[in-house]
Design a protein around this ligand. Sequence first.
Ligand SMILES: [Zn+2]
Length: 121
Amino acid sequence: MLQENRNLIGGRVSPTLVRACQIDACSEPVPASLSHQGVCLSHYLDEAFTRIASALAARRRGEPLDSRTLEWMTKQGDFAVRQLSNRNQHSSEERARLLELLLGLANLREYTRQEGAAKVS
Ligand SMILES: [Zn+2]
């Protein structure tokens, strides 16, 4: 939605152009799968790990995860699985980090389930 609005207003964003990562001092190309986020895979992963860590910290403080975070987790899980299924697209280091992302999400989900069970009783 945001992306569409920007295209309508600015009219400068061409989908055929390979964009560079938006993070400061990074000029890695943005993969098509991350075009809506405007960052390279490495920075996408950095941000995802940061977000998982803060969500885990919130859970440890007993705070519930909001529906946006839960939705985000599902999307990142799908994304990581899709990336890992493209065997030749990523270096072994990138694949290792994608796997780490999946593990982090699974870990967070486990915490969420525990909370759900506690609420019922
Ligand atoms: Zn980057």
